[in-house]
Write a protein that binds this ligand. Structure first.
Ligand code: HEC
Ligand code: HEC
Ligand code: HEC
Ligand code: HEC
Ligand code: HEC
Ligand code: HEC
Ligand code: HEC
Length: 381
């Protein structure tokens, strides 16, 4: 296996397949075989009901709906961010914003002192930091202001900083075209894109089981009827290169970033790209796969020491590394030449995966380009 399989022909061919996957093949299949047993979306707690049918047999379903990914989109009535912040206010460039929540309903309004636009919020994107998608005059807009945890308040939405609004409508939000609408809801919700068309009536908030696992509706129907049908393909069998691309459907792949406009620190948020650029990355070695460090069914682990064992699976003196790899159930060959740190024995990520602040500190990401960080050396692209 070449060390950089992403440049090899088989990998390019794989990417073609993946492009099809990312363009909705998986979603279409999951939706078209949806049986009548598909749990109806309950208004009170839609996420709990969607996964509860799986929880009988799979522990994953107990925690996944509570993760940030599981809550990547919130509908009115089940949005903790605005419930705990019933009145959010902000002013910029002569416009005043107010995001008010009462009785489960949120209203987004902006005024220039003479005219006021007031729009009910239907879709809240982001489980922590939050941006609202607004419907106005038959079109969709991304709210020009967003809620940020770091300042516990509103500021201009990421990416919209350069907009200088000349009208009240422009101050309200940035128009979203059909392509962006599809991508936006496609990454933050489930079942919103079927047969290449956006259908927001059928949307399930957040990233649900069926967004990642193909054929779950049929599988559930089979188990309910006691039929011995095919089980959803095991994602645990994907190589780390393929997992990077799988997660990259939403977190952006190496390919997407290399072709895109993001240079400099803005690309720190694209983990598959950053990780592939690290000397640690080997597309065939499961010890450096996204799922070696992250369980997509559980909340992100914020304990730095938790990751030590992941690094030491490769960076420990020969025999120890092998034993460790076996101990954690990994059978891949030990990467040649993975060295031992001359500086420290624990908290590896605190030095080698630095946190990078964006937008004056409103957003912080972890640099997945694992490396020796030396003062004065600029951010490697
Ligand atoms: C009545 C029990 C039952 C229910 C309900 C159920 N499953 Fe399963 N599921 C199974 C069994 C049994 C297997 C096969 C396990 C194996 O081969 O180790 C399986 C396999 C899977 C796999 C493949 C795992 C792998 O790596 O091989 C996935 C993914 C999965 N189920 C997801 C779901 C989802 C999502 C739901 C809810 C929509 C669901 N299941 C509902 C019993 C169930
Ligand atoms: C369908 C789109 C989608 C896919 C596929 C996806 N993610 Fe995510 N992920 C998201 C979104 C959207 C968020 C942001 C959630 C939020 O904060 O609102 C996110 C957030 C996360 C977080 C941060 C959670 C936190 O608590 O801060 C981790 C870790 C993560 N994803 C890992 C993964 C891994 C690993 C994979 C692949 C196995 C994956 N994701 C695949 C959409 C996706
Ligand atoms: C290609 C998939 C994708 C698209 C398209 C997308 N997002 Fe996200 N979004 C993510 C992921 C993944 C994260 C998790 C943060 C990260 O790691 O970058 C995220 C994070 C967020 C956050 C949390 C704050 C932040 O910036 O991290 C907000 C708010 C958000 N998205 C809103 C939106 C809105 C609004 C749209 C459409 C107008 C949109 N997103 C389009 C994948 C996507
Ligand atoms: C963001 C994508 C994502 C979502 C959402 C997701 N899964 Fe998974 N799931 C994965 C990946 C990736 C793996 C393989 C994990 C590994 O290899 O460690 C997996 C593995 C599994 C397995 C097999 C466990 C094993 O030991 O291999 C089951 C069962 C499962 N998921 C059930 C579910 C259920 C039920 C839900 C919804 C409640 C769900 N998943 C939601 C990505 C996802
Ligand atoms: C060697 C371990 C490791 C691997 C492999 C890894 N991550 Fe991470 N990831 C981390 C650590 C450490 C954090 C920061 C945890 C914290 O907040 O303390 C993190 C954080 C994240 C976050 C939260 C946002 C951020 O940047 O802080 C996302 C999303 C994420 N990882 C996605 C991925 C994806 C997708 C992959 C595969 C391309 C991946 N990770 C591979 C260790 C890893
Ligand atoms: C799959 C095995 C593997 C894993 C897991 C892994 N690495 Fe590496 N890493 C390597 C290899 C191979 C190299 C290149 C040879 C060397 O310097 O040891 C490397 C290089 C490095 C370097 C030197 C990079 C440079 O640019 O000179 C550092 C620092 C490093 N790794 C730290 C870590 C940390 C910290 C973790 C956990 C967050 C980690 N690695 C996880 C295999 C791995
Ligand atoms: C306090 C910060 C710090 C911590 C914690 C730390 N390192 Fe390092 N590490 C460094 C520095 C600085 C260097 C560069 C040393 C040099 O070039 O003289 C380095 C070098 C390395 C190298 C390259 C070695 C070589 O010979 O090229 C690897 C691999 C590495 N560290 C892995 C790890 C792992 C794995 C852990 C956790 C068990 C870890 N580091 C913890 C600061 C740290």
């Amino acid at each position: 296996m070449p060390r950089n399989p992403r440049r090899s022909l088989p990998f390019l061919m794989f990417l073609f397949g993946l492009a099809a996957l990312a363009c909705g093949v998986a979603r279409v299949r999951a939706a078209s075989d949806a049986p009548a047993t598909q749990p109806a979306q309950s208004k009170s707690d839609p996420k709990a009901s969607a996964a509860s049918a799986c929880a009988r047999c799979h522990v994953e379903a107990k925690t996944q709906p509570l993760t940030q990914m599981g809550r990547a989109l919130e509908l009115p009535g089940s949005n903790p961010t605005v419930v705990t912040h019933p009145r959010l206010a902000f002013q910029k460039a002569g416009y005043s914003y107010l995001v008010e929540t009462r009785d489960g309903k949120t209203n987004y309004s902006v005024t220039d002192g003479t005219r006021t636009l007031a729009i009910p919020v239907l879709w809240s994107l982001g489980a922590g930091n939050q941006t609202w998608v607004l419907e106005y005059d038959g079109k969709l807009y991304e709210s020009l202001v967003s809620y940020y945890l770091a300042i516990d308040g509103l500021d201009i939405t990421t990416g919209d900083e350069s907009i200088k609004p000349k009208t009240l409508e422009e101050a309200m939000g940035r128009p979203i075209d059909d392509r962006e609408k599809k991508a936006c809801f496609g990454c933050h919700s489930t079942n919103s894109v079927t047969d290449g068309q956006v259908n927001l009536e059928h949307l399930h908030p957040g990233v649900e089981c069926s967004h990642c696992h193909e054929g779950t509706a049929q599988h559930l129907a089979d188990t309910v009827r006691g039929v011995d049908g095919p089980t959803p393909p095991a994602l645990s069998k994907l190589a780390s290169e393929d997992i990077s691309n799988f997660c990259g459907q939403c977190h952006r792949t190496w390919e997407t970033v290399i072709r895109g406009p993001w240079r400099g620190e803005v690309n720190v948020r694209f983990q598959p790209y950053r990780l592939a650029n690290s000397r640690c990355f080997d597309g065939a070695d499961p010890r450096i796969s996204c799922v070696a460090c992250h369980n997509p069914h559980q909340p992100l682990n914020r304990d730095k020491a938790f990751y030590d064992a992941k690094c030491l699976a490769c960076h420990a003196a020969g025999a120890t590394a092998l034993q460790h790899a076996v101990a954690v159930g990994q059978s891949a060959p030990i990467a040649n030449g993975a060295k031992v740190c001359p500086v420290a024995k624990d908290n590896c990520v605190s030095c080698h995966m630095p946190r990078v602040n964006m937008l004056g500190g409103h957003l912080t990401f972890t640099d997945h380009q694992i490396r020796v960080v030396k003062p004065g050396i600029p951010y490697p692209n």
